[in-house]
Design a protein around this ligand. Structure first.
Ligand SMILES: *[C@@H]1O[C@H](CO)[C@@H](O)[C@H](O)[C@H]1NC(C)=O
Ligand SMILES: *[C@@H]1O[C@H](CO)[C@@H](O)[C@H](O)[C@H]1NC(C)=O
Ligand SMILES: *[C@@H]1O[C@H](CO)[C@@H](O)[C@H](O)[C@H]1NC(C)=O
Ligand SMILES: *[C@@H]1O[C@H](CO)[C@@H](O)[C@H](O)[C@H]1NC(C)=O
Ligand SMILES: *[C@@H]1O[C@H](CO)[C@@H](O)[C@H](O)[C@H]1NC(C)=O
Ligand SMILES: *[C@@H]1O[C@H](CO)[C@@H](O)[C@H](O)[C@H]1NC(C)=O
Ligand SMILES: *[C@@H]1O[C@H](CO)[C@@H](O)[C@H](O)[C@H]1NC(C)=O
Ligand SMILES: *[C@@H]1O[C@H](CO)[C@@H](O)[C@H](O)[C@H]1NC(C)=O
Length: 845
């Protein structure tokens, strides 16, 4: 593994785990049992194996130690890992020990002199007829026919296994925690513990002694909002117990259960490991804390922490409206510059009362209160404003109204994602921004008045009806966000379009042709299946021929675009104005009731995937020169969409099948602006509906539904590597290299061995210099952090300049590990994940 990830210190190598302990020589009994009953002690060297063959219990020595411990590990995985240890701080010094059921019914470990070194210590067992069994979950239970008296899952060590219910007992107030080992050689309880916050704030903590060291942030029903890299995989994973009923607060993990485990390492880092059959090893999906700013309150109270790109020293700064009382030293205490108006009892004096300052992209501070009453952002704000000890608020979907009345601690500025935080500041702190704002407001007012006057009553009427539609749609959305239901969405858009159809009678007067339904029907022979070119994410595409002989492609949009007719038309008109030689030209549109169609120019060579992933003969059409030309064309078109067009379009679904080729093999991007058509405003960063294709989704997109031009850059990087290698990202699987396409590209590039990656059909025609340049750029584009990725303009510069000094890409952890093999795509392979923002992942390609 070290060969694959030479610069990574995060990756947990197998050897590390294996070297934890030496397995006993397996000379044990013929038929392994999962049970132990009294009078049949288990001696050192023999083991119990759970009946499904996954878990094993026996004696072992960790790492370089020769002490003997009783523990549970995986029997089924070759690279073993100890999951639980009985006698953590009372080791046996020789191999003469045994595990047995004592006469009082307890499970005990005896040394060579039959002295008890460890016991399950259940007081007053009702009978001596107890037995011990290692269950298929990895749980060791002591029971009799009536009841279970003791189980290893209730006595956790450093490892969480699916099925455990480790947490906070709301009746007894006992908080069960995981405890790290002291070192890899010593399973005795170490310095770190991990568990649920005792204040019931639904957060996880890692403590060092009794000091917090890391915090997950609150649970919002789907993810922990304070974990920057919390991805969709975890949506299926964690669940919060029904603690009102069970009287116990804990999280449990349901997803593909046996191959996952979480371990709190001796260095205080919690790692999520998954067994990867293809490497026969454990791979790390996740580790916390992982950066400096993830260390609890790294920058102190009232200050924000921003990680530097080198991962070393973070930068700390006081919150807006706070300043350091100690300019000489690095950072002193951050104190409020202007007292709050409500505190000075001076509110009546001036007009500038306290206000709230919005900070975006934050890990919300610790020590929040959960205020149950407010049910929306405005009420939450009002509640906070009324109460002078409320210093800040944040309304979180899935949680509710959070307010801060104590110190503001542990504030991490995320490099992507994060939450909105409203900080209360004295009115005077807003002064400078107010002036600018006022200017804007006046300008807008003047412009608006002018429009109203000039436009006259027709425009007023039109505007009004549009606003009505807008509000109605918003209300529909709000309703459906309470009770997310696809049919509700379809219904509402259907109802709206009837409304709009009635107003549609009037003339259009636009230069984008509106085709009649009849004309489209005729051109496509009544949408004949023979003319079906393919089924894209947004609906089927048909080939058609106009009466004049011109070929067209008709995209019939699936109905649930959630958009009314008027908006659809407006979007089409905007998008038709985008003109670039590497964008497919939109010829017109067609609307009939809630049937919406887009009419494009027809591309003779169809889409790139048809040739790129085809047999060797057809691939010959794509020699290296053609591929390079395609790469450059896509890059230019993206730059146009991102920067030069008036709309600043983020494509959001860039993939090989969306690259069409004309008769001269010039690439043209299709489906741009679809996010707008499907009810998104192109400038928003966090949208209600996310559309994307598995394999091309950037981490921040998959995790938080966050978009920026950098999400397109990510997809471009994937595309680039696919074009060079001639292989699909999601299906490439190489058992020898043991990785997916992106991970493999990274590895080969680091080994100066990029030709290995290159499609065999172009190896003779390509220039190694151009190839390495392309792969270098591709790897820069697929970096995990959006900020680290280049913009499209630097991409073009890098692709076209000979003397560019290329930055070194960081290893794409997301790409390489979240998607270790095709099987894992099942995680994403679903039509709709209901969450906020809701994601629609389209897998067809
Ligand atoms: C349980 O205890 C009874 C009486 O104390 C004894 O006769 C019996 O042998 C014990 N059973 C086992 C399995 O130890
Ligand atoms: C303990 O529980 C297991 C499974 O629940 C059961 O098979 C076994 O019979 C129980 N032990 C005794 C002594 O009844
Ligand atoms: C493990 O998964 C299986 C099905 O995939 C499920 O029946 C079982 O309850 C799960 N076990 C735990 C402990 O979550
Ligand atoms: C644990 O704490 C002790 C005492 O504070 C310290 O000496 C030791 O280095 C710590 N171990 C780790 C792994 O941090
Ligand atoms: C990995 O191997 C385990 C044990 O052999 C098996 O249960 C599991 O289905 C395999 N998983 C995959 C993804 O092949
Ligand atoms: C944070 O700011 C508040 C308001 O000025 C102040 O009372 C508090 O002492 C500050 N905390 C620290 C640790 O400096
Ligand atoms: C009230 O405000 C005035 C000016 O705004 C200031 O000079 C005075 O100190 C304030 N009074 C108190 C009690 O803070
Ligand atoms: C005011 O806010 C503080 C902290 O947020 C809270 O403890 C207190 O109960 C609130 N008071 C009222 C009257 O709501």
């Amino acid at each position: 593994m070290d060969a694959i990830y030479p610069t990574s210190n995060l990756f947990l190598s197998a050897s590390l785990i294996i070297s934890f302990f030496i397995l006993p020589t397996a000379e044990a009994a013929a038929a392994p049992s999962s049970q132990l009953s009294s009078g049949q002690p288990l001696v050192d060297g023999a083991t119990l194996i759970s009946s499904d063959g996954i878990f094993e219990l026996g004696f072992f020595s960790p790492g370089s130690s020769t002490n003997r411990y009783v523990g549970i590990w995986y029997h089924s995985f070759s690279a073993a890992a100890v999951l639980w240890v009985a006698n953590r701080d009372s080791p046996l010094l020789d191999t003469l020990g045994s595990l047995s059921i004592a006469s009082d019914g307890n499970l005990v470990i005896l040394d060579g002199h039959k002295a008890v070194v460890w016991s399950s210590k259940v007081a007053s067992l009702p009978s001596n007829e107890t037995m011990v069994e290692l269950l298929d979950t990895g749980n060791l239970v002591l029971n009799n026919s009536d009841a279970t008296f003791w189980q290893s899952f209730d006595n956790p060590g450093d490892t969480y296994l699916p099925g455990m219910k480790v947490g906070l007992d709301l009746v007894t107030n006992v908080n069960q925690v995981f405890t790290s080992w002291r070192s890899n050689d010593d399973p005795a309880p170490g310095n770190f513990t991990l568990g649920i916050a005792p204040d019931q704030s639904t957060q996880f903590f890692i403590w060092e002694g009794d000091k917090p060291r890391w915090r997950s942030g609150r649970w919002n029903g789907q993810v922990f909002i304070g974990i920057q890299n919390m991805v969709t995989t975890y949506i299926d994973g964690f669940k919060l117990s029904d603690f009102q009923r069970e009287k116990k607060l804990y999280f449990y993990y349901t997803h593909s259960n046996i191959s996952h485990r979480y371990i709190l390492m001796p260095d205080g880092v919690d790692r999520h490991l998954i067994w990867a059959n293809n490497t026969n090893n454990w791979q790390q999906l996740w580790a916390q804390p992982n950066t400096q700013c993830e260390i609890y309150n790294r920058c102190g109270n009232n200050a924000t922490c921003t990680d530097s790109t080198d991962g070393k020293s973070p930068s700390c700064s006081c919150l807006k409206g706070f300043e350091s009382d100690n300019y000489g030293k690095a950072i002193g205490r951050c104190l409020r510059r202007t007292p709050l108006q409500c505190e000075t009892n001076n509110g009546s004096a001036a007009g500038n009362s306290d206000g709230f300052y919005l900070i975006k992209g934050m890990k919300l501070p610790d020590l929040s209160y959960w205020d149950l009453d407010p049910t929306n952002d405005a009420q939450c704000k009002e509640a906070c404003m009324k109460n002078c000890s409320c210093k800040a608020y944040s309304y979180q979907a899935g949680i509710g109204c959070l307010t801060w009345g104590r110190e503001l601690v542990d504030i991490h500025m995320f490099s992507s994602g994060g939450n909105d935080f409203y900080l209360r500041l004295a009115g005077s702190e807003f002064d400078d921004s107010n002036k600018g704002l006022k200017g804007y407001v006046i300008a807008i007012l003047v412009a608006f008045t002018a429009v109203m006057l000039i436009g006259g009553s027709v425009l007023v009427w039109k505007h009004k009806s549009r606003m009505e539609v807008f509000y109605r749609r918003r209300m529909n959305r709000q309703e459906s966000s309470v009770e997310p239901s696809r049919s509700a969405e379809v219904e509402s858009s259907g109802a709206l379009s009837t409304v709009m159809d009635m107003k549609e009678q009037g003339k259009d007067g636009h230069d984008v042709p509106r085709f009649s339904f009849q004309a489209v029907e005729n051109a496509t022979a009544n949408f004949s299946a023979l003319n079906l070119l393919g089924e894209g994410g947004f609906g089927p595409v048909y080939k058609g021929t106009l009466p004049g002989g011109q070929d067209i492609a008709v995209k019939r949009l699936s109905r649930n675009s959630g958009q009314g007719m008027e908006e659809f038309k407006n979007e089409v008109i905007l998008i038709a104005k985008l003109q670039h030689r590497n964008l497919v030209r939109l010829l017109g549109y067609c609307i009939k009731r809630d049937d919406k169609m887009l009419i494009y120019e027809y591309m003779a060579n169809r889409s790139l995937d048809v040739l790129l992933f085809a047999d060797a003969r057809r691939k010959l059409q794509l020699d290296w020169k053609t591929r390079y030309n395609i790469i450059e064309g896509i890059a230019r078109a993206l730059l146009y969409l991102h920067r030069d067009s008036r709309l600043r379009i983020i494509h959001r679904d860039l993939k090989v099948s969306n690259i069409l080729l004309d008769e001269n093999m010039n690439p043209k991007i299709s489906d741009f602006g679809m996010a707008r058509i499907f009810g998104n405003d192109g400038n928003e960063t966090n949208t209600k509906r996310v559309v994307g294709t598995y394999g091309y989704m950037s981490p921040e997109f998959a995790m938080q539904g966050l978009f920026s031009v950098k999400s397109d850059v990510y997809s471009f990087g994937v595309l680039l590597i696919e074009i060079v290698s001639g292989m699909r990202n999601s299906t490439y699987y190489n058992s020898e290299l043991s990785n997916n396409l992106l991970g493999c590209a990274w590895k080969l590039w680091n080994e100066n061995n990029v030709m290995e990656l290159v499609d065999s059909s172009i190896r003779s025609s390509c220039s190694i210099k151009e190839i390495s340049r392309c792969i270098n750029v591709g790897l820069l584009c697929i970096q995990d952090r959006a900020n680290d990725r280049p913009t499209m303009s630097s991409v073009i510069m890098m692709l076209e300049s000979d003397n560019y000094v290329y930055p070194t890409p960081t290893r794409p952890r997301f790409a390489a590990e979240i998607i270790p093999s095709e099987n894992d795509s099942l995680i994403f392979n679903r039509k709709t994940v209901t969450r906020n923002p809701s994601i629609t992942i389209l897998t067809g390609r």
